[in-house]
Design a protein around this ligand. Structure first.
Ligand code: NAP
Length: 279
């Protein structure tokens, strides 16, 4: 069987290919696309993500603002910081880095983001629109997974897709996006019984669990497509790459799979949002 390594860097490159030109054209008109990222506390992985996003922005001329807040901040103070960015016309996208410390009401904070600047689809309105099929900014990782499937012209319609994970920013929206593309979708979670039996039916598997090497090759159907959104300490995905590689017909590596496409999608959404201010 021919193996296909789904190269996220190539997909990201394609998404970014005309962004630089669009940014230049906006800048000539006096609009510098700007992404504001809020980081609460000092979680090292979150620090890394935020730094990577900031660097990616700067490479193509998007301004990136980083708001660093202390880990003992209260929900209302975080919401005040979000409101300030909502009211700042120079900011086109707002990203609250997940997770925030547990004493903060993350949902309440997400809801405070103005829908027009919700470039990571975290508000309930953004999620609802995505689920109904007309969302402008679906969550970036779910959108990235769809972008990878489309780039490689992998048929989604009619396929059995199994998503493992049901978080509001990943598992649920990617399930909705796959359903909108006419897959038959099963969404699994920590209370799912007989996960390996369900995965055995899957033509498309999305791993969004947050547990390193969780999905095993012998749980999968021969020739399935594996998209690993997991990103755990030590650059390890949520699937056991070696055993899954042997069974799958196509698989995303970690790193170099879903991650770079997520960042490219975030940049695109920020530029889309900046362009909307012209109309
Ligand atoms: P999360 O909020 O912790 O959600 C994890 C999900 O996995 C939950 O729905 C949970 O079920 C489910 N789960 C946990 N243990 C399970 C088990 N034993 N069997 C089946 N399901 C189980 O995590 P997340 O934010 O969605 O992130 C998931 C992964 O994606 C992480 O590795 C994260 O680092 C990665 N990620 C990557 C990117 C990227 O750009 N590549 C972006 C975001 C996240 P319950 O709902 O029942 O608790």
């Amino acid at each position: 069987m021919n193996k296909l390594i789904l190269d996220g860097k190539a997909v990201a490159q394609e998404i970014k290919s005309n962004l630089k030109k669009r940014v230049e054209s906006l800048t000539e008109k006096g609009i510098v696309p700007c992404l504001a990222t809020i980081l609460v506390g000092d979680n090292p992985s979150s620090e890394t993500y935020v730094r990577m996003k900031g660097n990616a922005c700067e490479k193509i001329g998007i301004k990136s603002i980083r708001i660093q807040l202390p880990k003992d901040i209260q929900t209302e103070e975080l919401i005040d910081a979000i409101q300030e960015l909502n009211n700042d016309d120079a900011v086109h996208g707002i990203l609250l880095q997940h997770p925030v410390p547990s004493h903060i009401d993350e949902r309440k904070a997400f809801e405070a983001i103005n829908l027009k600047k919700d470039v990571d689809g975290v508000t309930s309105a953004g999620y609802g629109q995505t689920a109904l099929g007309f969302g402008e900014y679906p969550s970036c990782t779910p959108a990235a997974i769809l972008n990878i499937l489309k780039y490689y012209q992998i048929t989604i319609e009619g396929k059995q897709a199994v998503v493992v994970g049901r978080s509001p920013i990943l598992g649920k929206p990617v399930s909705a996006l796959l359903l909108n593309e006419n897959a038959t979708v099963t969404t699994c979670h920590s209370k799912t019984a007989n996960l390996p039996d369900i995965l055995k039916q899957a033509d498309i598997v999305v791993a969004a669990i947050g547990k390193p090497k969780f999905i095993q090759g012998d749980w999968l159907k021969d020739g399935c497509i594996v998209l690993d959104a997991g990103y755990n300490k030590g650059n390890i995905g949520d699937v056991d790459y070696e055993s899954c590689y042997n069974v799958a017909s196509a698989i995303t590596p970690v790193p170099g799979g879903v991650g770079p496409v997520t960042i490219a999608t975030l940049l695109k959404h920020t530029v889309d949002s900046a362009e909307k201010t012209l109309t």
